[in-house]
Write a protein that binds this ligand. Structure first.
Ligand SMILES: O=c1ccn([C@@H]2O[C@H](COP(=O)(O)OP(=O)(O)O)[C@@H](O)[C@H]2O)c(=O)[nH]1
Length: 411
């Protein structure tokens, strides 16, 4: 049975009312866009400089200024003023980058992801209001619905737009586009353009979206799994999910070194954690623990068993660097088998690496289980691990700015 396709409504994310801009012809080519990414582990600002050569075509990205602050805003759920302070600090980057004469027509947007999705709605709302106040006081253009929580579908699609834009694939044959794998702290996204009819037909209805951009239409498979980001998975594995960092309780996992005791903080709570002193540890025990976390949650798209190209970033990248699989500056191609081999080494033979990061065994094993047993990739699948493409951060933020620029037309 054929799925009904969902058309993505980006007005939820970007608002509809935009000022009509009238600008002198020769000055009409450069425009700026400010995008805040409020993730569960940090808040980031991206200030993009675009050049619009062809009024109906894709803008050219000239420059990105990027800055980030930790922890994520959900850590301030009970003190929203600090969230406002964080955003105010980051806005300084925008003031330094965008020429004052452009401030009034440069849009400033804020999108929150898993961190705020996981908060009780009233607490998330209070944080958003605080950010809205800071924006309203700012000299920039604040569109309607400038501050909001983005839904997971848009998060996945916009990261796909970013990677395909940066690698020059957006204006070519859609069949040549690449898929993306994004692993955040709270959620994880998979997005790709299916090549096989079977993938489309067997996908859950809300995983298939039709999406229009720059006079092309794309039919994408996308989903964001909330609670399956790498930090949230740590909590599940430890059995600490839903608890608020109880004072005395120690949460244990066979993925941690046997004699390790320490603390783990996420989403504004701290947890006492330890290895299982008199129990089993190592890759086998750890993967069994993590498979329970994934069981029955992750859907397997039909065509992943064939070879297709996927770019993986965020925590996939960070942990591959930490594990010594890739060079931080260059990134590189890594097979899922390589992740598995290194996970086994780290888990079964504790070394200096595990002393530096006691969670490395858990994190690498989670990546292997998520990719192989979760999504159903083959061990021979090669992932392109990237942090930046052409010196620009790989994240949904650029896709969001590009999408928005379509509405923010310069006449
Ligand atoms: O422009 C960006 C945005 C995010 N990240 C990385 O993405 C991961 C963060 O995920 P986040 O906290 O946003 O997760 P979420 O809350 O969306 O699950 C971390 O590895 C960040 O370093 C990055 O490298 N550049």
């Amino acid at each position: 049975q054929r799925n009904a396709l969902n058309a993505v409504d980006f007005s939820e994310s970007f608002g509809n009312t935009l000022p009509s801009l009238s600008r002198p012809a020769n000055a009409s080519q450069i425009f700026y866009s400010i995008m805040f990414d409020a993730g569960s582990t940090g808040t980031r600002i991206h200030v993009y400089t675009f050049i619009q050569k062809d009024p109906d075509g894709l803008p050219v990205l000239d420059n990105e200024m990027f800055h980030s602050m930790k922890p994520g805003l959900s850590a301030f759920a009970d003190i929203p003023e600090i969230a406002g302070h964080t955003v105010r600090q980051l806005l300084r980057v925008a003031k330094k980058t965008v020429p004052p004469v452009e401030w009034k027509r440069t849009p400033v947007l804020f999108r929150a992801t898993a961190g705020l999705r996981l908060l009780p709605p009233a607490k998330a709302h209070a944080l958003l209001e605080e950010v809205q106040d800071v924006f309203d006081e700012s000299p920039f253009y604040v569109p309607v619905d400038s501050v909001s929580i983005m839904n997971g579908t848009n998060e996945g699609i916009l990261a796909w737009v970013t990677v395909n834009f940066l690698t020059g694939r957006l204006h070519r044959n859609p069949q040549r586009t690449v898929g993306i794998l994004d692993l955040g702290g709270g959620s994880t996204q998979i997005t790709f353009l299916p090549k096989s009819r079977k993938t489309v037909e067997s996908a859950p209805a809300d995983f298939m979206v039709r999406f229009h951009m720059f006079s092309s239409s794309y039919e994408l498979y996308t989903h964001s799994y909330l609670g399956n980001g790498i930090k949230a998975a740590r909590l599940s594995a430890l059995g600490a999910l839903g608890s608020e960092g109880l004072e005395k309780k120690v949460f244990q996992s066979s993925c941690l070194p046997k004699r390790y005791t320490g603390e783990f903080s996420f989403g504004g709570f701290s947890y006492h954690v330890s290895g299982v002193t008199d129990g089993v540890s190592g890759f086998r025990a750890c993967s069994q623990e993590l498979l329970k976390v994934l069981k029955g949650i992750i859907k397997q798209p039909h065509e992943l068993k064939d070879s297709s190209t996927f770019y993986a970033f965020s925590y996939y990248f960070d942990h591959a660097v930490e594990a010594g699989l890739i060079d931080e500056r260059r990134g590189g191609a890594v097979k899922i088998r390589d992740f598995k081999k290194r996970a086994k080494e780290v888990c079964n033979r504790p070394s200096e690496r595990t002393q530096l990061n006691p969670f490395l065994c858990m994190d690498l094993t989670y990546i292997v289980c998520l990719l192989k047993d979760g999504f159903g990739f083959k061990e021979s699948t090669v992932l392109q691990l990237t942090k930046k493409v052409r010196n620009v951060e790989t994240s949904w933020a650029l896709g969001a700015a590009i999408y928005h620029s379509q509405k923010f037309r310069i006449h």
